[in-house]
Design a protein around this ligand. Structure first.
Ligand code: GLU
Length: 287
């Protein structure tokens, strides 16, 4: 019996669309093909952009598609204490610091990469953000990780990313911190999500190193492109799934994953066949 915990972690800033379903389906299939546990985490830390009505729509879309959470659904909006503990731990270790630099200052930075100005003190500025250092004592940090789909990845976070934000002062927690704290607390062993999130992985890996958390396995799934060549996303006006046609939605998603469509209109059978197809692709023992 494998020890596998996977998750789908949508941000409720809109209903699921064809692109987000690919990540939902792939994460579910990977968990089931490993005989593992799959759960849904609602990433509603950004209380300005996230809406309860979208959470309800997303959960009902997933239910209609037969993608049921094996564990109670969790909500990042209820996890502030855990994020604060992690931030405190980073502050104590000297890795996190308050930053008073303004948005305007950032716009005038030629590379767009934060130069670490407040690392050694606020110099009378008012704290606006909490940041994590990506290069203590001037030593650059290169993060290396393997993606099950994209292969070996490497990123020098000191030069390519810079000290990134963990929390806007008195504002929402940053995705990078919340996701790392939750994945560790919830024992997530495998992360399957869209390729648009792949370049966040090294930042998350860095935080896992600093907080002493294990590194999950990563697999980033192909994106869906709109006709104008843009990535399909809520920002580019992606249409919600037409959930009156669940099998058509699932077939479209499995096409993007480059896998053959199951030959049935019955959702549980479709998912069962698709799990076998996924297990075959990754040479896993099917359930
Ligand atoms: N909440 C993120 C999103 O909706 C996904 C986070 C993740 O899977 O790591 O894009």
């Amino acid at each position: 019996m494998s020890h596998y915990i996977g998750r789908f972690a949508p941000s409720p800033t809109g209903p699921l669309h064809a692109g987000s379903l690919v990540a939902a389906l792939a994460s579910w299939l990977d968990a089931k093909a490993h005989q593992g546990t799959w759960f849904i985490r609602i990433e509603d830390v950004d209380y300005i952009r996230c809406k309860t009505e979208f959470t309800e729509i997303i959960l009902s879309q997933l239910l209609t598609l037969g993608l049921h959470s094996d564990l109670p659904i969790c909500y990042q909006s209820q996890r502030s204490k855990a994020y604060q503990n992690a931030l405190d731990c980073l502050i104590q270790q000297g890795w996190a610091y308050p930053c008073g630099c303004t948005r305007k200052f950032m716009q005038n930075t030629p590379t767009g990469i934060y130069p670490g100005t407040c690392r050694h003190g606020l110099n009378g500025l008012l704290a606006r953000n909490w940041r994590v250092s990506t290069g203590l004592n001037h030593k650059p940090i290169a993060i290396q990780w393997d993606d099950r789909n994209l292969g070996a990845q490497t990123q020098n976070i000191t030069q390519e990313v810079g000290d990134f934000v963990l929390r806007r002062a008195d504002g929402p927690w940053a995705y990078q911190l919340a996701v790392v704290v939750d994945d560790a607390a919830q024992g997530v062993t495998h992360i399957v999500r869209g390729e648009d999130l792949a370049d966040n992985t090294s930042r998350q890996w860095h935080l896992q190193n600093l907080l002493g958390f294990p590194h999950p396995e990563y697999l980033h799934t192909p994106l869906v492109w709109a006709e104008d060549g843009q990535k399909l996303s809520k920002q580019t006006g992606a249409k919600p799934l037409d959930i009156t046609q669940p099998i058509a939605c699932l077939n479209a998603a499995i096409d993007v994953l480059n896998l053959p469509q199951p030959s049935t209109e019955h959702i549980p059978t479709w998912l069962h066949q698709a799990t076998g197809i996924w297990a075959e692709k990754f040479k896993l023992k099917p359930r």
